[in-house]
Design a protein around this ligand. Structure first.
Ligand code: 3MF
Ligand code: MG
Ligand code: MG
Length: 412
């Protein structure tokens, strides 16, 4: 093939994207509670060892493009859009006004707001640092984000305490740090109760997000399970207002089964928000888009969430690859991520109504009929053949994933 001149490359990407087919219409995509983060679309490809590969993108452009694609909701950190030193000033009001305008123009809703407590130098010792000034500043930032959330009509606030930890051992007091972190969340909830009452709005759902590694070397609340324990620790004044925002990859990173982590959150009634992406076990936070690494596991995640009526947002917290251009971020990355999610959602529906799976599950739950129910060997024997169905269910799910249940065949 001859080299492709740069002015023909977008057309090529577009033609091949169209050739892939199976794209959903924006109206269809809008039916799902899929939320698009400002920071994901505006990610410029930078990292510790990586220079940026893309140009800055404004929130107006992100909102307009999400609307075009059919992503119905937008989420943001306070400082994604408001410079840190403009927080709480008239400039903040002006920017929030522009955000409201852009959301209204493009018929998008703000679903979630979150406070950036990991990037700026003020967070070097975490938002629950020893210094009372840092903690008071953190509380004021959290209260401010709650007010912005109400102003923008959001229903969720998310907290990622990635800087709550340390690099060198023995430097911080873990117990005090956790107590101080609880004080911050308490300040946010108290402000929420006050503002919600004033505006006649429901309070926000405050969701904690865990990540096992990064950016601190050791993290005090590394997993969703650790956070469930923290919520139940008695240190929160409004534990009923605080739940979880697990992230698929963050659980996988520490070696967990994300489905089991989600199940534990569901069991506790705390699965309120979900960051969707993909990646590899025991690696850093590669934030690959949903379904590109573990589609079978993703299918099963959605079977779980659909079966147990999860109704919260699916937040596209991934990073478009550095190799994707500014144009490609919207033309390919977000569109295909949303479409894979919807396809997996649909497949989960097929798995849930599949007669083979359903009969196998019912049979497993019925069990065998031991001749002597008190005799251990009799119980083992009575179930021996039934348990082969576990593997058959896994095979059937594979067939559903690749379409063989609908007659897709491969030549031998
Ligand atoms: C980091 C994350 C964060 C959180 C966000 C929400 C930048 O790995 O996942 O995204 O999702 O801070 O509070
Ligand atoms: Mg991540
Ligand atoms: Mg996240």
């Amino acid at each position: 093939m001859a080299p492709i001149p740069v002015n023909q490359q977008r057309a090529l990407v577009d033609r091949l994207t169209t050739a892939c087919g199976s794209a959903y219409r924006p109206e269809t995509r809008r039916k799902y509670f899929i939320t698009g983060p400002q920071w994901a679309a505006a990610y410029e490809g930078h990292a510790l060892f990586h220079a940026p590969t893309r140009k800055p993108v404004s929130f107006e452009e992100v909102i307009a493009k999400y609307a075009e694609i059919g992503i119905g909701y937008w989420s943001t950190h306070d400082t994604d859009v408001i410079p840190t030193d403009a927080i709480g000033t008239a400039k903040q009001d002006e920017i929030v006004g522009r955000i409201k305008q852009a959301l209204q123009t493009h018929d998008l809703k703000c679903s979630m707001v979150t406070t950036e407590t990991f990037h700026h130098a003020v967070w070097v010792g975490s938002p629950a640092a020893e210094s009372p000034q840092v903690r008071e500043y953190a509380a004021s930032r959290l209260r401010n984000t709650v007010r912005i959330g109400h102003e923008l009509g959001a229903s969720y606030a998310v907290y990622w305490p990635g800087s709550l930890g340390y690099f060198v051992q023995g430097a911080i007091d873990e117990i005090k740090t956790l107590q101080w972190y609880a004080d911050g969340l308490n300040a946010a909830c108290d402000e929420d109760i006050r503002v919600a009452a004033q505006l006649g709005r429901p309070t926000l759902k405050h969701c904690m997000e865990a990540k096992p590694f990064e950016p601190q070397a050791e993290i005090l609340l590394p997993t969703s399970d650790a956070m469930l324990a923290f919520i139940a620790s008695g240190k929160l004044t409004h534990p009923e207002m605080v739940g979880l925002n697990p992230e698929y990859l963050h659980e996988l990173m520490w070696g967990a089964a994300p489905r089991a982590a989600l199940a534990r959150a569901l069991l506790a009634g705390k699965l309120w928000h979900f960051d969707i992406n993909d990646g590899y076990r025991l690696k850093h936070d590669v934030d690959i888009a949903v379904g590109l690494v573990n589609p079978l596991d993703w299918l099963n995640v959605l079977v779980l969430l659909r079966s147990y009526n999860y109704t919260g947002p699916f937040n596209l917290d991934y990073k478009p690859p550095r190799t994707t251009s500014n144009y490609g971020v919207f033309a390919v990355s977000f569109t295909t991520a949303v479409d894979r999610f919807i396809s997996l959602w649909e497949m989960a529906g097929e798995a849930m109504s599949d007669s083979i799976i359903n009969e196998a599950v019912q049979a497993l739950q019925a069990g065998g009929s031991p001749s002597d129910p008190k005799d251990v060997n009799s119980i083992v024997e009575a179930n021996r053949e039934l348990l082969t169905l576990h593997e058959l269910i896994a095979h059937r799910l594979f067939q559903i994933l690749i379409g063989q249940h609908r007659g897709r065949t491969f030549s031998l």
